[in-house]
Ligand binder design. Sequence first.
Ligand code: GAL
Length: 739
Amino acid sequence: MVRTRSSLCAVLGAIVLMVVSNPCQAADLSDLAAIETWQNMAPGVWKAELGNMQGELRYTDLAAAGPRLERLNQLSKPDFPFAPGQTTHLVTRDDKVMIRIPTGADEKLYGFGLQLDGIKKSRKILTLNVDHWSKGGGRTHAPVPFYISSKGYGVFFNTARFLKIYNQVGNRKDSPHNPAEVDRNPPKDEKQPGPWLALPPGDAVEAQINGTGLEVLVFAGDSMLDVVSRYNLYNGGGALPPLWGLGFWHRVHARFNADQTREELEQFEEKDFPLDVIGLEPGWMTKSYPCTFEWQKKRFPDPEAFTQELLGKGIRLNLWENPYISKYSRMYDEMYPLSGSHMVWLGIVPDYTLPKARKLLTDQHHQDHIRIGISGYKIDEVDGYDFWLWPDHATFPSGVSGEAMRQSYGLLMQNMLYNDLFKKRNVRTYGLVRGSNGAASGYPFVIYSDSYGHAQYITGLSTASLGGILWTPEARSAGSGREWLNRMQTVCFSPMAKLNAWSSGKKPWSYGDVTDPVRDVIKLRMRFLPYLYSAFADYHFKGVPAIRAMILEDGFGELDSQTIEGKLDSETNPYAMGKIIEKTDQFMFGPSIMVAPFYERQATKRKVQLPAGNWYDFYTGEFVGNNKTITVTAEDLDDRIPLFAKEGAVVPMLTEAVNQTDQAYGHPLEVRFYGKTEGHCTLYEDDGKTFNYEKGQYRTRELTIRKNQAGGFKLTEKVTRDTGPALFGPVEELKVMTR
Ligand code: GAL
């Protein structure tokens, strides 16, 4: 019998049943070629272009700003995370580009944008298409093609195409790391090296792009947080919302008119509820779905007077819109030739890569909205189901493919409105968008969804932070007062504290049994303004997400998870697949506060995983533990949301709540300290409204707490930068919370 090289290997492989480097594989026979063109772009950032990128759209082309090199250049210079020849690729016969990035056996992968079904993405296949819903599998509102590895690096596929990613799934025959083969049905006397697995672990991330070119960026850093920060910095840094954007938002019913809106906001005043922004839903337009972007005078007879009247009360207006243009719009005829082949809800789909199309829309928006004082937009339906949006084969006048347009339409809208309407006029905006993608960190638009699972909404706060996007777990309605309170508490610790009553007509006080604790948590959010605004400044200047996943926190380590072993069942589980349920229900709010909301309908009790380090109850200052899991109840907390401050936390807050952010200007501060020895924080200030901070017009105050000789604590304040206006008032009180 003639033994071939591979059959000999099979025999040897069966004898050596462990996972070993297999010397029999012939690397030289591989169809893959090493990527040798990695180019160092900045400390910890490398880029390679594979195939032909001509005609391919990169997400970075649509970023809010170019790389923040001045900051990146101050960071450490880590080594490229892969050995020479380890990253490989292939250009297929039909000119598609496939890439392979190796992973280690114990390496965990996280990220891929706003994924509501969990943080960990190891050993999964994901389809990264912008899509409306959030059922998992990768298709989501913002499937950012960026992942982070527990080994301290990240990879960004910077090409606007659908992408199917095989994360440690699939085994190449030429891999030296394949696990040993296991007989699924062995005779009794044959020992196997382990259980038979339906998914033998793969040793790489593999993906193929449906286009002719793929740009890949690799980020390395000193920690996963550093990697995420560098990704954000490379994409222009994080968004800095205007101060008013961090107040409370209320979107009124879709068919409300001016009087109904007025009445509702009067009730906010009467009932002593904070309010900064009112959102008008589709009924403000003459026609919607498709849209005209023109005021419905039957509901809003004098939009300018109305907008100004609200501004006079310190309330900003935000307008809902989707981008699809109705034939009743005055722009329709001119926009028609500048739009794609297919319609959405019978509205034309403008090609906003074309300057003329951008000008048409932004001129109209300026004339009808911005000129009269509108503060921003909610850009709906830029994700859309396949049924609703254009098909993949749709064509656009610029030549951008239907697929690339689908992946980037939300980004394109953010890019256009942010730059051509607001930045140009040196006015900041804060708004919403329902679809986004890579390189979006600089945009002050927050993603929301029609899905409504509270647990998923909390997960979204963590996953968004891994990919340069913002997410709001908005409250719409609830089945009980308890659920309402739980949801309102979560949303008050998110990038946008918002009630969206477009259909439910709910108000914060709609559930009488929880009106007081709901008011309290909104007011607590307002007291946090100095702390939260400073956290967003860190997002902008340093790329550090203001609200972020626990896995980015030092000392947190692994997420608690529950492994459910797969049980063979020929009808329901024929491959005996198991399941891992992750714990993704707590997150960091700013640098030193951990939030662990109650969720699920009636939940009033939950477990909290405290990372290594001392943690204190935010409200009482009581030490609650270090590296352990505790149980908290709503009863013990007087119906407040569980919040924990970490060792050394210095938290600048307003001395008391204000009902509008405008009242935060010049407002005195209380500084809370949690810890045993010392702590410090940097308080950031600017005008809160314009882009002057980009010209260096901002101010920083370093607040340091140290033990004094008498054993008490002393606060020292130092203005460390004084080239911009003051925003908050003086520190009136130091509250040493530690007990
Ligand atoms: C949905 C959107 C809601 C609301 C509604 C108005 O698509 O997610 O928040 O704006 O449209 O019709």
